[in-house]
Design a protein around this ligand. Structure first.
Ligand SMILES: Cc1cc2nc3c(=O)[nH]c(=O)nc-3n(C[C@H](O)[C@H](O)[C@H](O)COP(=O)(O)OP(=O)(O)OC[C@H]3O[C@@H](n4cnc5c(N)ncnc54)[C@H](O)[C@@H]3O)c2cc1C
Length: 472
C-alpha cells in the first residue's frame, strides 16, 4: 500500500477546487468550524483540519473522494462527533467530510420493516421515526440525540440494549458506500437471505471510515417493547452482581443489565436533578430492564428480587411503576458519561466473556488500586454484555498531558490482563487514535496484516482516515 504523507495544511488552491464540487457555502475554513469539526468527545488531540466539506449527495461524496485521490489529501469522515476514541479527529491538516446535510429518511417499507436513511440521520431521529410507525429502533445510548447513523455504523455502536438486541451490525440490512477510490457499492441490497459469497457490508461496519464513506443505510426496525420496567438493585460487593444477572436471566427476557459504582452514583446525585433510587448506600448497583407485558412477568421479577435478597446478593432495590420512574432510574446510569466528562476522564472500554467478568474485574481492580492510589476511579458499564467502562478522573492539580501520560503507563498492565482473558481493548468505542497502539493486545499479527491488506484494496492511496485503527 502507498503510505500517504498527510500534508500539514492542504494548499489553498486545492481548497478552492474543492469548493467547486459542492454547493456554495458548503466548504468552511474559519477557525471556529475547524475547531468544532476537527474533534470528537476525546480531549487528547488538538484539532487541526484544513477544511470542512458538507456534501449533500452521494455524487458529491464521490467527487470529493476522487479529488482527494488526485491530490493525495487525507479525508476524515465525521458524524455527530460523539466518538470516544478520536476516530473522527482531524489533527494533521486533513479535510473533514461532515454528513450534517445528508440527513434525510428516504423510504420506509412496512413489510420488510426497514428504513432507508442517509448517513447523517441522527440516531434519535430514526428512533422517533420508528416510534411514529409503532415500531422500535433498539440501538440506544446517552449520545443518541447527537450521534449519526454513519458514525454508529463506523463504530458498530452498542449501548444499553445490546443484551437483548445486539449491536448496530444486527440492524443494518443494506449499505451504500463510497470506497476510498470513489466507487459506489451497494452492499447486500437489504436482503435477509443472501448466500452469494463475502458479505462486504460487514467489513464497512466498525471500519471507522478507514475503507470508505457510508452514504446510505437501510436499517431494520423491531416490534415496539411493551410496558418497559426497570429495577435498580444495590449489591454488597461486585461479586454479587453476576449471580443477580444469572438469577434474572433464568426467569426473564432482559432488555438491559447495566451496572455502576457508588462513586458514579455520587457524581450523578451531586447534580441535584436526579432523584436517588433508595436511601441504602451500596458499593455497587445493577440496573435491569424487562417488558412487564403481563402481571405474571412483574410478579416473577419481584419473586426473583426477593430470592436475591435472601441470598444476600441484594441489599435494597426499587422497581419502576410509571414511565416517569422508569426515566428517572435510567438517568442514574445514562447521565454518567456526560457528568464525569467534567473531570477529563481517561477511558478504557474493555470486554471479556460474561462468565469471566468477576475474576477479570478483580485483576483489573488490583492493578488500578496499586497504580492509581491518588486518582478517583469510576466504574460503570454494560455488564450483562461483559463490557466494563473504567474511567480514571483527572485530579485538578495535574495538567492534561501529565495525567494522560500517567494513565498510559498503567494501560500496559490493564491490556496485558485483557489479553490474558482473551478480551477486547475496545468493546464498543472503536480504536481510533486513542487505542491504535494497543491493537495487538486483541488482534494477532496475522489478523492485523489481513486488516491492512483489506484497507489497501478499498483505499489504495490511503486517503481514508489515515492514522485511525493503525498508526500512520
Ligand atoms: C455521553 C456518551 C455516551 C456514549 N455511550 C455509548 C454507548 O453506550 N455505546 C457506544 O457504542 N458508544 C457510546 N458512545 C460513543 C459514541 O456515541 C458512538 O461511538 C457513536 O456511534 C458515534 O457516532 P457519531 O455519529 O458521533 O460518530 P463520530 O464520532 O463522528 O465518528 C465515529 C467514527 O465513525 C466514522 N464515521 C462517521 N461518519 C461516517 C460515515 N458516514 N461513513 C464512514 N465512517 C464514518 C468516523 O470517521 C469515526 O471513525 C457514547 C458517547 C457519549 C458522548
Amino acid at each position: 500500500m502507498n503510505h500517504l504523507r498527510v500534508p500539514q495544511m492542504t494548499n489553498p488552491a486545492l481548497i478552492e477546487a474543492l469548493k467547486t464540487l459542492v454547493e456554495p457555502g458548503k466548504v468552511l475554513t474559519d477557525a471556529d468550524s475547524l475547531n468544532a469539526y476537527g474533534k470528537d468527545w476525546t480531549k487528547h488531540f488538538a484539532p487541526a483540519p484544513s477544511a470542512i466539506v458538507f456534501p449533500k449527495t452521494t455524487e458529491q461524496v464521490q467527487a470529493i473522494v476522487r479529488w482527494a485521490n488526485e491530490h493525495k489529501v487525507a479525508l476524515v469522515p465525521s458524524g455527530g462527533r460523539t466518538g470516544l476514541s478520536a476516530g473522527a479527529v482531524a489533527a494533521n491538516g486533513e479535510v473533514v467530510v461532515a454528513f450534517d446535510y445528508m440527513n434525510q429518511i428516504l423510504a420506509f417499507n412496512e413489510y420488510d420493516r426497514t428504513v432507508v436513511c442517509q448517513a447523517g440521520v441522527v440516531t434519535k431521529q430514526l428512533q422517533l421515526f420508528a416510534e411514529d410507525k409503532g415500531l422500535y429502533y433498539p440501538v440506544d445510548f446517552a449520545s443518541s440525540g447527537s450521534s449519526q447513523l454513519g458514525g454508529n455504523i463506523g463504530t458498530n455502536a452498542g449501548g444499553i440494549k445490546v443484551i437483548r438486541y445486539g449491536m448496530t451490525r444486527n440492524w443494518v440490512a443494506g449499505l451504500k458506500v463510497v470506497t476510498g477510490t470513489g466507487e459506489l457499492l451497494e452492499l447486500n441490497r437489504d436482503l435477509i437471505k443472501n448466500a452469494t459469497g463475502y458479505d462486504m457490508r460487514q467489513l464497512f461496519i466498525g471500519a471507522e471510515g478507514t475503507l470508505g464513506f457510508v452514504v446510505e443505510a437501510t436499517m431494520r426496525l423491531e416490534r415496539a417493547p411493551k410496558n418497559l420496567t426497570a429495577m435498580v438493585l444495590g449489591t454488597p460487593d461486585f461479586d454479587s452482581i453476576m449471580p443477580v444477572l444469572h438469577a434474572f436471566q433464568n426467569k426473564l427476557d432482559l432488555t438491559a443489565f447495566e451496572f455502576f459504582s457508588d462513586k458514579a452514583l455520587a457524581k450523578i446525585l451531586a447534580r441535584g436533578d436526579v432523584p436517588p433510587a433508595f436511601d441504602t448506600d451500596c458499593p455497587f448497583y445493577a440496573l435491569l430492564e424487562f417488558e412487564a407485558s403481563t402481571e405474571e412477568v412483574a410478579e416473577q421479577a419481584l419473586a426473583t428480587f426477593e430470592h436475591c435478597v435472601e441470598q444476600g446478593w441484594v441489599l435494597d432495590g426499587v422497581m419502576s411503576q410509571s414511565e416517569q420512574q422508569l426515566q428517572n432510574l435510567w438517568k442514574l446510569r445514562e447521565y454518567i458519561s456526560e457528568t464525569i466528562s467534567h473531570w477529563t476522564p481517561y477511558k478504557n472500554d474493555i470486554s471479556v466473556t460474561v462468565g469471566q467478568v468477576p475474576a477479570f474485574l478483580h485483576d483489573i481492580d488490583r492493578i488500578v488500586e496499586a497504580n492509581y492510589p491518588d486518582f478517583e476511579v469510576v466504574w460503570f458499564g454494560h455488564i450483562g454484555d461483559g463490557n466494563l467502562h473504567l474511567n480514571i478522573l483527572k485530579p485538578e492539580n495535574l495538567s492534561k498531558d501529565e495525567f494522560f501520560a500517567k494513565c498510559a503507563i498503567v494501560n500496559k498492565w490493564v491490556f496485558e490482563t485483557v489479553q490474558k482473558y482473551n478480551g477486547s481493548i475496545s468493546a464498543e468505542h472503536g480504536v481510533g487514535m486513542t487505542k491504535r497502539d494497543y491493537l495487538h493486545y486483541s488482534r494477532s499479527p496475522a489478523e492485523i496484516g489481513y486488516m491492512k491488506a483489506i484497507k489497501a484494496v478499498f483505499d489504495p492511496n490511503g486517503i481514508m482516515n489515515p492514522g485511525k485503527i493503525f498508526p500512520l
